[in-house]
Design a protein around this ligand. Structure first.
Ligand code: C2O
Ligand code: CU
Ligand code: CU
Length: 422
C-alpha cells in the first residue's frame, strides 16, 4: 500500500467445485479459490491490511487464529461481514516467527463454514530467527489436516455435524487432497502441521516409527529441538517438525489413535496422512540449530491472579456464550494463571490474542514438544490444565476477545466466553 502496509485480498467464495475423490465432484467453499485459501505471510514489524470480501450466501467472519492484535481486528463473532460486504482490518505484526491460520467465526455457524472449506494459513516470518528449512513447498511444507465424510455422490455430508462432537469424519484430506503424495529433494524437511478439523485429534508420526524433531508450538519456536516419534494435535493446534530423509526411500506419515479404553471418540482412529517419496539424490540441508531462540516456561510469580474455568458438556462455568455479556476483565499486559478443569469428555481450550504456556496437566508438566508458546490446549476427559497466560496491551473496553473449546460443535453450542483487556 501507499503507506508501506502489506496488503492482501481474501474473498470468501461459495462457488467451488473440487475433485477430491476419483471421478466425483464436491461443491465447496474456499478463499480466493475453490477450497481452503492462499497461504499469506508477513514479517515481524510489518503493518498488514487485509480486504476480506464475503461472497458466501450468508454472513460470516474471518478470524486470525494465533494473532496478537486489537480486538476489533480479530475477526471474531462481533466482526460479521454481510454477504457482498468487505471488511478491512489492519494491524502491526508484533510477534515472532509462527504458523497461524485464518478461519470463519460466525456465532453458531463456525463448524459448517470451516467444514465447507473456508480456512488458510498466515505465516509470520522473523528475520532474526534460527536457520530452519524455509523454501516454501520444497523443504518447508504446510500440512492442513482435516477429516470429512462424503455422501455417495461425492458431496460433503452435512448431516453429520450433530451429536456429542459433531463431525467425526471417516476420510482425511491434507491440504484439500485425498490420498496425498509428496516428493522431497533435501535431507531435512520442515512440516508445519495444522489440525483444521472440526473435532478430531491426531497423533502424527511415521509408520516406521522414526524419530524427528519438534521445533515450534502453536505460537512460536521451542527453546531447543525436541526429539519425538509422535506429536498430538487437537483442533486449532499447530506443531512444526523437522524430519530427516534418506535418498530413495518411501515414508508414510500417519496418525495413530489413543487406546480405546482411555480415549474419547475423537482420539481413537488411525489414518494414513501422507506418502512421502525421497528423490534418488538429496540436497544436504543445514543441521537444525541446537538452540532455536524460544524461551523455557517459567512459573508466574507467587500471588499471580488465578482464574478458574470449569468445562462441562457444552458450557464454561455453567454458562452458555452470551454475545452481550463480558465474562472476564483483564488488565493490559497481565500474566495470569488460568486453570481449566474439564469435568466431562474430551475438550480443548483456545484463547484469542494471547500466548500461553502449559504449566501442567493433571499436575504433570506437558511433554517437552508442547513446552513452547501456545494458544490452544487439549484436555482429555476429566483433565485439569494450568496455563500461564500473557495478555497483550491492546486495550479496548468495548470489544471483547473470545476463549472457547475449539471443537467446533461445542463452540457453536455456546462453549465460549468473552474477555476484554483494559
Ligand atoms: Cu481458531 Cu476462536 O478460534
Ligand atoms: Cu482464535
Ligand atoms: Cu469441547
Amino acid at each position: 500500500g501507499r503507506d508501506g502496509a502489506r496488503e492482501f485480498d481474501l474473498t470468501l467464495r461459495a462457488d467451488g467445485h473440487s475433485a477430491f475423490l476419483p471421478g466425483k465432484t464436491t461443491d465447496t467453499w474456499g478463499v480466493n479459490g475453490a477450497y481452503l485459501g492462499p497461504t499469506i505471510r508477513a514479517r515481524r514489524g510489518e503493518h498488514v491490511r487485509v480486504a476480506v470480501t464475503n461472497l458466501l450466501p450468508e454472513a460470516s467472519t474471518l478470524h486470525w487464529h494465533g494473532m496478537r492484535l486489537p480486538a476489533r481486528m480479530d475477526g471474531g463473532p462481533h466482526q460479521m461481514i454481510e454477504p457482498g460486504a468487505t471488511w478491512i482490518p489492519e494491524w502491526t505484526i508484533e510477534q515472532g516467527a509462527m504458523t497461524s491460520w485464518y478461519h470463519p467465526h460466525p456465532h453458531e455457524r463456525t463448524a459448517l463454514h470451516v467444514y465447507r472449506g473456508v480456512a488458510g494459513l498466515f505465516l509470520i516470518d522473523d528475520p532474526a530467527g534460527p536457520e530452519l528449512p524455509s523454501r516454501y513447498g520444497v523443504d518447508d511444507v504446510p500440512l492442513i489436516i482435516q477429516d470429512r465424510t462424503f455422501e455417495g455422490d461425492g458431496q460433503f455430508d452435512t448431516n453429520v455435524l450433530g451429536g456429542t462432537y459433531g463431525l467425526i469424519g471417516d476420510t482425511v484430506l491434507v491440504n484439500g487432497t485425498f490420498d496425498p503424495y509428496l516428493e522431497v529433494g533435501s535431507s531435512l524437511v520442515r512440516f508445519r502441521l495444522l489440525n483444521a478439523s472440526n473435532a478430531r485429534v491426531y497423533r502424527v508420526g511415521f509408520a516406521d516409527g522414526r524419530t524427528f524433531q519438534a521445533v515450534a508450538t502453536d505460537s512460536g519456536l521451542l527453546e531447543k529441538p525436541v526429539p519425538v516419534d509422535r506429536v498430538k494435535i487437537s483442533p486449532g493446534e499447530r506443531c512444526e517438525i523437522v524430519v530427516a530423509f534418506r535418498a530413495g526411500e518411501t515414508v508414510i506419515m500417519n496418525s495413530v489413535g489413543e487406546p480405546r479404553q482411555t480415549a474419547n471418540d475423537i482420539e481413537e482412529d488411525d489414518f494414513t496422512l501422507l506418502k512421502i517419496v525421497a528423490g534418488p539424490e538429496l540436497t544436504r540441508s543445514a543441521a537444525v540449530p541446537a538452540t532455536l531462540g524460544g524461551t523455557a516456561t517459567t512459573a508466574p510469580p507467587a500471588g499471580s491472579r488465578v482464574r478458574r474455568f470449569t468445562l462441562s458438556g457444552s458450557e464454561i462455568n455453567d454458562r452458555d456464550m452470551d454475545m452481550n455479556r463480558i465474562d472476564e476483565v483483564v488488565p493490559a499486559g497481565a500474566l495470569e494463571i488460568w486453570e481449566i478443569d474439564n469435568t466431562t469428555f474430551a475438550h480443548n481450550f483456545h484463547i484469542h490474542e494471547v500466548a500461553f504456556r502449559i504449566l501442567d496437566v493433571n499436575g504433570a508438566p506437558p511433554p517437552a514438544y508442547q513446552a513452547g508458546p501456545k494458544d490452544t490446549v487439549f484436555l482429555p476427559k476429566h483433565a485439569t490444565a494450568r496455563l500461564a497466560v500473557r495478555f497483550g496491551r491492546h486495550t479496548d473496553p468495548g470489544w471483547p476477545y473470545m476463549y472457547h473449546c475449539h471443537i467446533l460443535r461445542h463452540e457453536d453450542r455456546g462453549m465460549m466466553g468473552q474477555f476484554v483487556i483494559v
